[in-house]
Design a protein. Structure first.
Length: 328
């Protein structure tokens, strides 16, 4: 009889342990980066964002390169939503700037958006079962917005953004979330104004004969100059970076960045840096003016026209490009 009693005790013990595991699993919630299962991910930026006094309030003065990211969250038997929580530590950079986050191409400012629901996970498992993880990949970037009005910077001021946590991912603001930390970033407000001009701002390729047209055959080259003039209240060393984007009347054709007119796709235009003889890739940041302290600066570019077909259609074509310039 003693043996029977022992058997009953063992069965009850196993049953109780199983129930305790299921209950704990149902309440469990945690997130990691999905890469090495770390809770925090450090992104090294190593950049100084130079902000001119001439920039108006609300101007985006800098954008970081886009990065591919991922997170991995899980919970037991209950459904849950996963959120991005922006500026979870409530960091305040003062009256001059605000740091925003771009998620999958959409900009978010912590002052106007506290959180954003990215995904919803329905019931993933039953009692006693192994729960699946909720994994997601996304693209992120950061940007800096000037909050102060133009004409309000009388002397150079440095703002430390190092170790800033722009957002965390999870169900709620708690220690089970995964967070992103930025290192090596600072902003510098400059009592300086740069005026940038493109000369000429319109390029006329003139009349083009279609005889002998061959795809990728170069037709003509035309130069233009980007000129910068600084009006600084004190000596300031900085550079200009730019991002070239197609205007509304043009499309991009290939990875090299061939600009194709919407009204006549018989031709394409590529932009080259004359000094290095290298193509300027559209939608990618590049150096316009290196970091210098001189007042007047310039850079030479070249527009190269080429055929895209052996049977071009007659008529005019128009294609534009927009150059966004950032202080570096």
């Amino acid at each position: 009889m003693k043996g029977i009693v022992n058997a009953i005790v063992i069965v009850l013990f196993i049953f109780n342990v199983s129930n305790a595991y299921a209950y704990a699993n149902a309440e469990e919630y945690s997130c990691d980066t999905g890469a090495g299962a770390s809770k925090d991910q450090s992104l090294v930026v190593n950049a100084v964002v130079n902000i001119p006094d001439s920039a108006a309030a609300g101007t985006i003065v800098w954008r970081a390169p886009e990065r591919a990211m991922s997170y991995n969250c899980w919970r037991g038997v209950e459904a849950f939503s996963t959120y991005y929580f922006f500026n979870p530590k409530n960091k305040n950079f003062g009256s001059e700037i605000e740091v925003g986050v771009t998620i999958n191409g959409v900009d978010y400012l912590p002052s106007s958006t506290e959180k954003y629901a990215h995904s919803f996970a329905s019931k993933m498992c039953g009692l006693g079962q192994t729960c699946a993880n909720s994994y997601a990949s996304y693209r992120m970037s950061m940007f800096v917005v000037k909050k102060s009005n133009s004409g309000s910077t009388s002397k150079t001021k440095v703002i430390d953004i190092n170790n800033y946590i722009p957002y965390e991912v999870g169900k709620s603001k708690n220690s089970s979330n995964t967070s992103v930390r930025i290192t090596g970033l600072e902003a510098k407000l400059l009592p300086c104004t740069s005026t940038v001009m493109i000369i000429p701002n319109t390029i006329d390729f003139g009349e083009i004969r279609s005889t002998g047209a061959t795809p990728e055959l170069e037709i003509q080259r035309e130069n233009f100059t980007l000129s910068e003039q600084r009006d600084c209240q004190s000596a300031s060393t900085y550079g200009l970076n730019g991002v070239l984007r197609p205007a509304a009347n043009a499309n991009l054709y290939d990875s090299m960045g061939t600009l194709v007119p919407k009204d006549n796709d018989s031709v394409g235009i590529s932009i080259f840096d004359v000094e290095n003889n290298t193509p300027v890739r559209f939608n990618n940041e590049f150096v316009v003016i290196p970091k210098v302290g001189t007042i007047s600066n310039s850079k030479q570019f070249e527009a190269r026209l080429k055929w895209r077909t052996k049977a071009p259609k007659a008529g005019r074509f128009n294609a534009g490009a927009v150059l966004d310039v950032y202080y570096k």
